[in-house]
Design a protein around this ligand. Structure first.
Ligand code: SF4
Length: 312
């Protein structure tokens, strides 16, 4: 483990929390890091979200913390209002107590889990919030919802804090990752990260009697139009390098309205035939546990973060 990484906010003077390894001083007003995030608890929304996999959402929804900024800049991101590193449209800067209080308000509505969405650039802040909630007696299930562009070192720091990992293994094709998300070496980086999550959690998704996830990992994959070889490569990589016993979640919700460049076939939703090829591969490769999103789900995931409840 890289001992130069400390968990305190102070280590943000020279940030190495994600694979960009920028060494940025995040105390500066305009941080020079790729994510351009500072040291605050900057959020786009703290809200109940019912759109995750059933064991994650539960009956009342998960309390999701949507941080602003991101360590990827995917050209088709549906959360662009908050993930844009240059100037998020919606952003609130909170203290750790204020963020904890907002989370507690959602937990009081019945949520059993707290999800930190795209938090790879917010590791020390996330740990501080979890410690704060635990100190107040809230021992919820904590979910790390990530694009999988994480370092193994950061995941080891998170190990005592995270109950469920929800990584989206986005690309097996590094060229596609560069064209659509502007990063190099995604496949190896994400695979190493997911291997570490799997080392921590194994194949079993532990649930309570009501089916709420308590501990484990669900690997997601968003299928992109015209890029089926990329999806098949992701499934083959998981089968060959991790396990076919792990829970997989195939997502069909790609929405071309969010795509901001003219690229191959990204101007349309995925087709039924494309999705069938990927779901067939899920079965043929021997995966047996997981979730396959309905193809009609596209209309259900069009968040507007200028609203109090972005997903309603
Ligand atoms: S978290 Fe941000 S500043 Fe830190 S290494 Fe990653 S992109 Fe750079």
């Amino acid at each position: 483990m890289n001992t130069s990484i400390k968990t305190g906010i102070d280590c943000l003077t020279e940030c190495h929390f994600c694979p960009h390894e920028c060494s940025a001083n995040r105390y500066l007003d305009s941080s020079t890091g790729f994510c351009r995030a500072g040291t605050s608890y900057a959020v786009g929304s703290v809200c109940l979200h019912r759109g995750e996999e059933p064991p994650i959402s539960g009956e009342y929804g998960i309390c999701n913390v949507f941080y602003t900024h991101c360590n990827l800049q995917c050209v088709y991101c549906q959360n662009y209002q908050i993930s844009n590193n240059n100037s998020p449209t919606v952003e609130e800067k909170l203290s750790v107590d204020e963020l904890s209080e907002r989370i507690i308000q959602e937990l009081l509505k019945g949520a059993k889990a707290v999800g930190f969405v795209s938090a790879s650039h917010m590791i020390p802040q996330t740990i501080a919030v979890i410690e704060n909630l635990r100190s107040k007696g809230y021992s919820s299930v904590f979910v790390y919802n990530t694009n999988a562009y994480d370092t193994v070192d950061s995941l080891r720091i998170l190990e005592p804090y995270i109950d469920v990992y929800l990584p989206d293994f986005k690309y097996s094709d590094d060229e596609l990752a560069f064209d659509l998300s502007g990063i190099r070496h995604y496949k190896t980086t994400a695979l190493n990260a997911i291997r570490e999550m799997y080392r921590q959690k194994g194949s079993v998704l532990h649930c309570d009697d009501d089916g709420h996830a308590l501990n484990g990992i669900i690997i997601r994959h968003l299928v992109l139009p015209g890029e089926i070889e990329n999806s098949l490569g992701v499934l083959r990589t998981i089968a060959d390098e991790i396990s076919t016993s792990v829970h997989l979640s195939l997502m069909s919700q790609y929405n071309p309205d969010y795509c901001r460049i003219d690229y191959h076939q990204m101007n349309r939703p995925i087709s039924e035939e494309e999705y069938e090829q990927v779901t067939d591969a899920f079965n043929d490769l021997g995966f047996r546990k997981g979730f396959i999103q309905e193809l009609s789900s596209l209309a259900d995931f069009n968040p507007d973060f200028t609203e109090n409840q972005p997903f309603d």
